[in-house]
Ligand binder design. Sequence first.
Ligand SMILES: Cc1cc2nc3c(=O)[nH]c(=O)nc-3n(C[C@H](O)[C@H](O)[C@H](O)COP(=O)(O)OP(=O)(O)OC[C@H]3O[C@@H](n4cnc5c(N)ncnc54)[C@H](O)[C@@H]3O)c2cc1C
Length: 314
Amino acid sequence: MKILVITHKVTQNPESNLFNVFGAVKKLSGQCDVLVVGHNLGSIVDEIAKYKVVSKVLKLDDASLEHILVENIAKQISEIVGGYTHVLIAADSFGKNLLPRVAGILELGQISEVSAVISPNIYQKFIYAGNVLVEVEALDDIKLLTIRCTSFNEHLDLRDTQAEVEEIQYTNIISNKIKFVTINIDNKPVDLSNAKVVVTGGRSLGSKEAFDTNIRELAKCLNAGVGSTRAAVEAGYANNDAQVGQTGKIVAPLVYLAFGVSGAVQHIAGMKDSKTVIAINIDQNAPIFEYADYGLVGDLFEVIPQLLLRLQQF
Ligand SMILES: Cc1cc2nc3c(=O)[nH]c(=O)nc-3n(C[C@H](O)[C@H](O)[C@H](O)COP(=O)(O)OP(=O)(O)OC[C@H]3O[C@@H](n4cnc5c(N)ncnc54)[C@H](O)[C@@H]3O)c2cc1C
């Protein structure tokens, strides 16, 4: 068995999802190579090379990868994965964007959102909005797996000496169909997938302004990630990457605060592993209360200002 984990540079530190993927590696064989893609990867590579689970770090570092477009790396990565039996990547937006392209190029199947490893070929994953757990067997020679990070949390030992690092030359296959123009990062928001606290707002916020002044403001005070229902995304109150649920992100924070969220099954699928759920809804029969550890029947437009007032006193 030869395992490759793929990751990329998001911040100066390795993405914490990577450590959950290492948890899946431990369930498979315990050793992997890690391919890191991006630019100025020095400190990230050093950090990754510290872990016992890592045999070798492959560094694909190029100035043109400062803002990665997966269209421009999928071909080269599909060549690199040829030497491996298993390829693992976090089921975040990068992984979900990249790995299907690699699968397409290599004409391989992909198993998405693996939540448990049963054997080297057999994995568990949820279907039907998290209501059914299935075991699936991968029959291809190279198993391409996206990993549901909230399902793996293993202790990781450090190595005595750093793992070997191999530099890989970027082959620079630039797509003429897409190009990077600009990036607009909204005040360095807390990463939703890894946030310890998530504050989510639903359709009931009624406008983007109300979403910003209530949900975002509260999230800022609590150093929390901002979540949203699909209804709120479709109404334009939040961006698509804030959506929690079956077709959005899967989160499992210590505390999940849901304001004006009805609790549709598709939303629950994305947050039901949260340690403590606090729901505030005007309707005492809202389904979200069935999943809540603490529920408050109340108007979010009264509750949030009171909460903000209290928090701002600290
Ligand atoms: C294939 C498919 C995939 C989907 N994927 C997702 C997904 O990934 N994520 C997702 O979220 N949804 C998803 N949906 C949509 C989902 O079915 C629901 O429509 C959506 O989650 C509802 O969002 P909501 O709770 O904001 O709105 P609503 O269901 O309209 O609920 C609004 C809630 O706000 C409460 N409320 C109203 N005013 C106030 C107030 N002033 N204070 C407090 N409470 C108030 C109401 O009582 C109500 O419970 C999907 C649907 C389909 C069909």
